[in-house]
Design a protein around this ligand. Structure first.
Ligand SMILES: NC(=O)c1ccc[n+]([C@@H]2O[C@H](COP(=O)([O-])OP(=O)(O)OC[C@H]3O[C@@H](n4cnc5c(N)ncnc54)[C@H](OP(=O)(O)O)[C@@H]3O)[C@@H](O)[C@H]2O)c1
Length: 224
Protein backbone atom coordinates (compact mmCIF):
# COMPACT_ATOMS: atom_id res chain seq x y z
CA UNK A 1 0.00 0.00 0.00
CA UNK A 2 0.95 3.66 -0.38
CA UNK A 3 1.32 4.97 3.17
CA UNK A 4 2.15 8.42 4.50
CA UNK A 5 3.73 8.80 7.91
CA UNK A 6 3.37 12.38 9.15
CA UNK A 7 6.24 13.06 11.52
CA UNK A 8 10.03 12.95 11.32
CA UNK A 9 10.65 12.08 14.98
CA UNK A 10 11.49 8.69 16.43
CA UNK A 11 7.95 7.33 16.01
CA UNK A 12 7.61 8.42 12.38
CA UNK A 13 10.98 6.92 11.50
CA UNK A 14 10.36 3.60 13.25
CA UNK A 15 6.87 3.16 11.78
CA UNK A 16 8.05 4.15 8.30
CA UNK A 17 11.01 1.77 8.40
CA UNK A 18 8.85 -1.16 9.50
CA UNK A 19 6.16 -0.47 6.89
CA UNK A 20 8.83 -0.28 4.17
CA UNK A 21 10.38 -3.52 5.43
CA UNK A 22 6.92 -5.12 5.07
CA UNK A 23 6.79 -4.03 1.42
CA UNK A 24 4.71 -0.84 1.60
CA UNK A 25 5.56 2.31 -0.33
CA UNK A 26 6.18 4.91 2.35
CA UNK A 27 6.55 8.69 2.32
CA UNK A 28 7.32 10.63 5.49
CA UNK A 29 5.71 14.06 5.87
CA UNK A 30 7.39 17.13 7.34
CA UNK A 31 6.86 20.91 7.29
CA UNK A 32 9.72 21.61 4.89
CA UNK A 33 11.89 18.76 3.53
CA UNK A 34 14.89 21.04 2.90
CA UNK A 35 14.86 22.37 6.45
CA UNK A 36 14.47 18.86 7.84
CA UNK A 37 17.39 17.54 5.75
CA UNK A 38 19.56 20.55 6.66
CA UNK A 39 19.46 19.78 10.39
CA UNK A 40 22.82 18.60 11.65
CA UNK A 41 22.18 18.19 15.38
CA UNK A 42 20.43 15.28 17.15
CA UNK A 43 16.84 16.17 18.16
CA UNK A 44 15.73 16.83 21.74
CA UNK A 45 15.47 13.07 22.36
CA UNK A 46 18.99 12.38 21.10
CA UNK A 47 17.88 10.87 17.78
CA UNK A 48 20.36 11.46 14.94
CA UNK A 49 19.59 14.20 12.40
CA UNK A 50 17.05 13.18 9.76
CA UNK A 51 19.60 13.20 6.89
CA UNK A 52 21.76 10.67 8.74
CA UNK A 53 18.76 8.38 9.30
CA UNK A 54 17.59 8.90 5.71
CA UNK A 55 20.92 7.76 4.26
CA UNK A 56 20.21 4.30 5.71
CA UNK A 57 16.60 4.31 4.42
CA UNK A 58 16.88 5.31 0.77
CA UNK A 59 13.58 3.56 -0.04
CA UNK A 60 11.57 5.98 2.13
CA UNK A 61 10.51 9.28 0.58
CA UNK A 62 10.29 12.66 2.30
CA UNK A 63 7.75 15.32 1.29
CA UNK A 64 5.66 18.08 2.75
CA UNK A 65 2.78 16.97 4.96
CA UNK A 66 0.46 17.74 2.01
CA UNK A 67 2.53 15.88 -0.60
CA UNK A 68 2.85 12.82 1.62
CA UNK A 69 -0.88 12.72 2.41
CA UNK A 70 -1.93 13.33 -1.19
CA UNK A 71 -0.30 10.18 -2.52
CA UNK A 72 -1.29 7.90 0.37
CA UNK A 73 -4.09 5.40 0.92
CA UNK A 74 -3.43 5.34 4.67
CA UNK A 75 -1.95 8.14 6.79
CA UNK A 76 -0.22 7.78 10.16
CA UNK A 77 -0.19 10.76 12.53
CA UNK A 78 3.16 10.57 14.34
CA UNK A 79 3.44 14.21 15.36
CA UNK A 80 3.50 15.94 18.69
CA UNK A 81 -0.09 15.90 19.99
CA UNK A 82 0.07 19.61 20.77
CA UNK A 83 0.43 20.39 17.05
CA UNK A 84 -1.36 17.44 15.42
CA UNK A 85 -4.45 19.44 14.37
CA UNK A 86 -2.16 22.07 12.88
CA UNK A 87 -0.16 19.39 11.02
CA UNK A 88 -3.32 17.76 9.64
CA UNK A 89 -4.45 21.21 8.50
CA UNK A 90 -1.16 21.54 6.62
CA UNK A 91 -1.68 18.05 5.16
CA UNK A 92 -4.95 19.40 3.81
CA UNK A 93 -8.51 18.20 4.34
CA UNK A 94 -8.89 17.24 0.67
CA UNK A 95 -5.74 15.11 0.80
CA UNK A 96 -7.06 13.26 3.86
CA UNK A 97 -10.71 12.91 2.90
CA UNK A 98 -12.01 9.33 3.00
CA UNK A 99 -8.65 7.96 4.11
CA UNK A 100 -7.74 5.98 7.20
CA UNK A 101 -5.79 8.08 9.70
CA UNK A 102 -3.95 6.04 12.31
CA UNK A 103 -3.55 8.47 15.21
CA UNK A 104 -0.56 7.54 17.39
CA UNK A 105 -0.15 10.97 18.98
CA UNK A 106 -0.42 11.79 22.64
CA UNK A 107 -1.64 15.25 23.65
CA UNK A 108 1.15 15.85 26.13
CA UNK A 109 2.05 19.15 27.76
CA UNK A 110 5.75 19.14 28.68
CA UNK A 111 5.68 22.50 30.45
CA UNK A 112 5.89 20.60 33.74
CA UNK A 113 7.34 17.16 34.43
CA UNK A 114 6.08 14.52 34.34
CA UNK A 115 4.00 15.79 31.40
CA UNK A 116 0.26 16.35 31.78
CA UNK A 117 -2.53 15.87 29.24
CA UNK A 118 -3.75 18.84 27.18
CA UNK A 119 -7.16 17.23 26.69
CA UNK A 120 -8.69 14.81 29.16
CA UNK A 121 -11.77 13.17 30.73
CA UNK A 122 -14.59 14.37 28.46
CA UNK A 123 -12.62 14.73 25.21
CA UNK A 124 -9.48 13.40 23.52
CA UNK A 125 -7.11 14.26 20.69
CA UNK A 126 -8.55 11.39 18.66
CA UNK A 127 -12.02 12.92 18.93
CA UNK A 128 -10.75 16.42 18.17
CA UNK A 129 -9.18 15.09 14.97
CA UNK A 130 -12.36 13.23 14.00
CA UNK A 131 -14.51 16.34 14.65
CA UNK A 132 -12.16 18.65 12.75
CA UNK A 133 -11.85 16.29 9.78
CA UNK A 134 -15.23 14.49 9.60
CA UNK A 135 -14.38 12.86 6.25
CA UNK A 136 -11.31 11.13 7.70
CA UNK A 137 -11.60 7.63 9.17
CA UNK A 138 -9.66 8.08 12.41
CA UNK A 139 -8.36 5.01 14.24
CA UNK A 140 -6.57 5.66 17.52
CA UNK A 141 -3.84 3.06 17.96
CA UNK A 142 -0.33 2.37 19.27
CA UNK A 143 -0.11 5.46 21.52
CA UNK A 144 0.31 3.31 24.66
CA UNK A 145 3.72 1.76 24.02
CA UNK A 146 7.26 2.68 23.04
CA UNK A 147 7.93 3.16 19.33
CA UNK A 148 10.26 0.17 19.02
CA UNK A 149 7.63 -2.07 20.61
CA UNK A 150 4.89 -0.68 18.34
CA UNK A 151 6.56 -2.35 15.38
CA UNK A 152 8.43 -5.19 17.10
CA UNK A 153 6.32 -6.40 20.04
CA UNK A 154 8.43 -9.58 19.98
CA UNK A 155 11.24 -7.57 21.63
CA UNK A 156 9.37 -8.40 24.85
CA UNK A 157 9.49 -11.99 26.13
CA UNK A 158 5.71 -12.47 26.05
CA UNK A 159 2.71 -11.25 24.06
CA UNK A 160 1.19 -7.95 25.23
CA UNK A 161 -1.90 -5.91 24.36
CA UNK A 162 -2.65 -2.91 22.16
CA UNK A 163 -5.89 -1.04 21.55
CA UNK A 164 -7.81 0.37 18.60
CA UNK A 165 -10.87 2.58 18.55
CA UNK A 166 -12.70 4.55 15.90
CA UNK A 167 -16.09 5.01 14.27
CA UNK A 168 -15.38 3.08 11.05
CA UNK A 169 -15.38 -0.73 11.38
CA UNK A 170 -13.60 -1.31 8.04
CA UNK A 171 -10.87 1.16 8.98
CA UNK A 172 -10.35 -0.59 12.31
CA UNK A 173 -10.15 -3.96 10.54
CA UNK A 174 -7.50 -2.63 8.15
CA UNK A 175 -5.47 -1.13 11.00
CA UNK A 176 -5.82 -4.33 13.03
CA UNK A 177 -4.37 -6.18 10.04
CA UNK A 178 -1.41 -3.80 9.90
CA UNK A 179 -0.84 -4.26 13.64
CA UNK A 180 -0.92 -8.03 13.13
CA UNK A 181 1.71 -7.64 10.41
CA UNK A 182 3.87 -5.82 12.97
CA UNK A 183 3.49 -8.87 15.25
CA UNK A 184 0.65 -7.87 17.59
CA UNK A 185 -1.50 -10.82 18.62
CA UNK A 186 -3.84 -9.12 21.14
CA UNK A 187 -5.52 -6.08 19.57
CA UNK A 188 -8.48 -4.96 21.69
CA UNK A 189 -11.22 -2.97 19.94
CA UNK A 190 -12.48 -0.43 22.49
CA UNK A 191 -15.35 0.82 20.31
CA UNK A 192 -15.99 4.23 18.78
CA UNK A 193 -13.62 7.20 18.75
CA UNK A 194 -14.85 8.57 22.10
CA UNK A 195 -12.94 5.65 23.59
CA UNK A 196 -9.66 7.35 22.60
CA UNK A 197 -9.98 8.99 26.03
CA UNK A 198 -9.00 5.66 27.60
CA UNK A 199 -5.68 4.95 25.85
CA UNK A 200 -4.74 8.64 25.92
CA UNK A 201 -5.37 8.74 29.68
CA UNK A 202 -3.05 5.74 30.11
CA UNK A 203 -0.13 8.10 29.52
CA UNK A 204 0.12 9.43 33.09
CA UNK A 205 0.63 5.86 34.37
CA UNK A 206 2.87 4.97 31.38
CA UNK A 207 5.34 7.77 32.13
CA UNK A 208 5.43 6.82 35.82
CA UNK A 209 6.11 3.15 35.04
CA UNK A 210 8.92 4.35 32.75
CA UNK A 211 10.34 6.38 35.64
CA UNK A 212 10.05 3.47 38.08
CA UNK A 213 11.54 0.84 35.74
CA UNK A 214 14.15 3.09 34.13
CA UNK A 215 13.33 1.68 30.68
CA UNK A 216 10.55 2.27 28.11
CA UNK A 217 10.72 -1.38 27.00
CA UNK A 218 7.53 -2.60 28.68
CA UNK A 219 3.87 -2.83 27.71
CA UNK A 220 0.43 -3.43 29.15
CA UNK A 221 -0.92 -6.98 28.99
CA UNK A 222 -4.63 -7.44 29.57
CA UNK A 223 -5.11 -10.82 31.21
CA UNK A 224 -8.66 -12.18 30.99
N1 LIG B 1 8.32 8.15 21.53
C1 LIG B 1 7.52 7.11 21.69
O1 LIG B 1 7.98 5.98 21.88
C2 LIG B 1 6.02 7.33 21.61
C3 LIG B 1 5.17 6.30 22.02
C4 LIG B 1 3.78 6.46 21.89
C5 LIG B 1 3.27 7.63 21.33
N2 LIG B 1 4.13 8.63 20.97
C6 LIG B 1 3.59 9.85 20.35
O2 LIG B 1 3.97 9.87 18.98
C7 LIG B 1 4.04 11.21 18.51
C8 LIG B 1 5.36 11.44 17.80
O3 LIG B 1 6.42 11.42 18.73
P1 LIG B 1 7.93 11.70 18.27
O4 LIG B 1 8.72 11.79 19.50
O5 LIG B 1 8.30 10.74 17.21
O6 LIG B 1 7.86 13.10 17.52
P2 LIG B 1 7.56 14.58 18.06
O7 LIG B 1 8.84 15.24 18.37
O8 LIG B 1 6.50 14.55 19.11
O9 LIG B 1 6.93 15.25 16.74
C9 LIG B 1 7.74 15.46 15.63
C10 LIG B 1 6.92 16.03 14.50
O10 LIG B 1 6.14 17.15 14.94
C11 LIG B 1 6.25 18.17 13.97
N3 LIG B 1 6.12 19.49 14.60
C12 LIG B 1 6.69 19.93 15.73
N4 LIG B 1 6.34 21.21 15.98
C13 LIG B 1 5.51 21.58 14.96
C14 LIG B 1 4.79 22.76 14.66
N5 LIG B 1 4.86 23.84 15.43
N6 LIG B 1 4.04 22.76 13.55
C15 LIG B 1 3.97 21.68 12.73
N7 LIG B 1 4.63 20.51 12.98
C16 LIG B 1 5.39 20.48 14.07
C17 LIG B 1 7.66 18.03 13.41
O11 LIG B 1 7.66 18.59 12.13
P3 LIG B 1 9.02 18.69 11.26
O12 LIG B 1 9.21 17.34 10.68
O13 LIG B 1 8.71 19.73 10.27
O14 LIG B 1 10.12 19.08 12.21
C18 LIG B 1 7.84 16.52 13.39
O15 LIG B 1 7.45 15.96 12.16
C19 LIG B 1 3.83 12.10 19.74
O16 LIG B 1 2.50 12.54 19.79
C20 LIG B 1 4.12 11.16 20.90
O17 LIG B 1 3.45 11.53 22.09
C21 LIG B 1 5.48 8.50 21.12
Amino acid sequence: MNIAVLGTGMVGRVIAARLAELGHHVTIGTRDPETTRARTEPDGMGNPPYSEWESGHADIGLGTFADAAASAEIVFNATSGAVSLQVLGLAGEANLDGKILVDIANPLDYSSMPPTLLVVNTDSLGEQIQRTFPGVRVVKALNTLNANLMVHPDLLPEATSVFVCGDDADAKATVTGLLASFGHTDVIDLGDITNARGPEMLLPIWVRIWGALGTPMFNFKIVR
